[in-house]
Design a protein around this ligand. Structure first.
Ligand code: AMP
Length: 437
């Protein structure tokens, strides 16, 4: 019987591919992801945030009740299905709802304030395009139980610092206030009154929003809605005293911290749970000007889940968008410059123990043992190895190593024999010399 040809590439067109709008992440992109996560996590840690991991799947109610039925996210974009127990489940479209559900169900809100950060996959059935996927990743922060303009500014500052930490310096911060409940009620009345005169000219989506959640129309990207909204009343004229004072203080503190911002009164953000401060960070990079992240304050979210009546504020950055504009050059990763190479199989164990020793001494090394010596040297070359430590029978017997400097043009430099006890010191010196050059 002929064995199946596992390596036949003929059927490429029929091969399985990732789902539309979802991507495999590997190579330099995986490195970028890790770089972004590590750097931004460090910013969070410096502000005292702790990591939380919540399930990707939640009961649909978690999102429906918190984000709001009429939002695009809930009404159009959620991956929702009935599980085998006939319960409605949803893959999380954003991070805040799950974190707050967890804070309540795990009773984490006993000692306030708490600061939590999360990172991971989100799912939205969106139209895939540049920087827009159906599975994407966010890194986000939630500061719960301290309602003050100081916290709002602290979070906005953190968002800016997070971008700076990964080398993104061209961005604009847009802020708005959605006021408190009373303010939103009065403003909604004014918006309804204004929009009722233009209802027939609204987009089809906004006609529905008009009936169920008119404030959402301000967020629409449809040209017809944008034209109508450009003349609509603005929330600034409807803020009650407390909401106005709150917002003015936020603006003053931002100025005192020398954080540049612009006020955008149509920034209502895509989700229903915001109150008071809402903000968005937009890329000012000429090749990509979309939102990199955003967030805002939420007053009612914990109580929606049966928790205490305390306020929180959070923001999330979209990692794929950051990856889009992040320059490759700033990825600082220690390259592997050393490889330990046994000449033949009998030297494998000994070579492996030397390789382990180098690793524990902080020298990033590779252990290359597949193939004959010539193949192993070719592999080292392909991996960009600069110093090969070759160990054969003779080296084992004499307690030495043969060093091959792969990138030296000086032939007398190319092969050297070194006492094995001096190997670590030599490699450290050589690496330092290279870093200085
Ligand atoms: P939002 O939760 O909608 O405020 O989104 C916060 C950030 O997540 C956005 O500013 C984007 O950077 C990112 N984001 C949202 N939706 C997507 C998507 N479909 N694909 C990629 N990134 C997204």
């Amino acid at each position: 019987m002929t064995p199946p040809d596992f390596f036949d590439m003929g059927a490429r067109d029929n091969m399985f591919r990732p789902v539309r709008g979802m991507k495999d992440l590997y190579g330099p992109d995986a490195e970028k992801y890790n770089f972004i996560f590590t750097k931004i996590k460090a910013v969070g840690e410096s502000y005292g945030f702790n990591l939380i991991y919540t399930p990707l799947l939640e009961n649909t109610d978690v999102f429906q009740r918190s984000i709001g039925d009429e939002t695009d996210v809930v009404s159009k974009e959620m991956y929702t299905f009935l599980d085998k127990g006939n319960e409605s489940m949803t893959l999380r479209p954003e991070g805040t709802a799950g974190v707050i559900r967890s804070v309540v169900s795990e009773n984490l809100a006993q000692k306030l304030p708490i600061k939590l950060m999360y990172c991971g996959e989100m799912f939205r059935y969106d139209r895939p395009q540049k920087g827009r996927f159906r599975q994407f990743r966010q890194i986000g922060f939630e500061y719960i139980g301290d309602k003050s303009p100081y916290t709002d500014v602290l979070l906005i500052a953190m968002a800016a610092e997070s971008l700076q930490a990964i080398g993104i310096l061209d961005f604009n911060i847009k802020i708005n206030t959605l006021g408190d409940e009373e303010t939103r009620e009065n403003y909604t009345k004014a918006i309804v009154k204004y929009l009722s005169r233009h209802e027939e000219n609204l987009s089809e989506d906004s006609k529905l929003r008009f009936k169920r959640n008119p404030l959402r129309i301000l967020d629409s990207k449809d040209k017809r809605d944008l034209d109508i909204c450009s003349m609509a009343p603005i929330i600034m004229d409807y803020l009650n005293k407390e909401s106005r004072q709150y917002f003015e203080k936020v603006c003053k503190l931002l100025e005192a911290c020398k954080i540049n911002y612009e006020i955008n009164n149509f920034l209502v953000r895509g989700l229903d749970y915001y109150s008071h401060t809402a903000f968005e960070i937009q890329s000012a990079n000429t090749s990509y000007r979309e939102a990199l992240g955003g967030g805002g304050r939420y007053d009612k979210l914990l109580s929606i889940f049966g928790g205490p009546d305390v306020s929180g504020i959070g923001f999330a950055l979209g990692i794929e968008r950051l990856m889009l504009i992040l320059k490759n050059g700033i990825l600082v990763r220690e390259p592997i410059r050393v490889a330990v190479i046994p000449v033949d199989e009998p030297e494998n164990d000994y070579s492996f123990s030397i390789f382990r020793e180098l690793q524990t001494c902080g020298i990033n090394a590779d252990f290359i043992h597949i193939g004959n010596l010539s193949k192993k040297m070719k592999t080292a070359d392909r991996l960009g190895v600069k110093i090969a430590v070759i160990l054969g029978e003779a080296e084992m017997k004499s307690g030495t190593a043969t060093i091959k400097i792969m990138d030296s043009s000086d032939t007398s430099e190319k092969h050297k024999t070194i006492d094995i006890n001096k190997l670590t010191a030599f490699l450290k010196w050589n690496i330092e010399e290279r870093d200085r050059a």
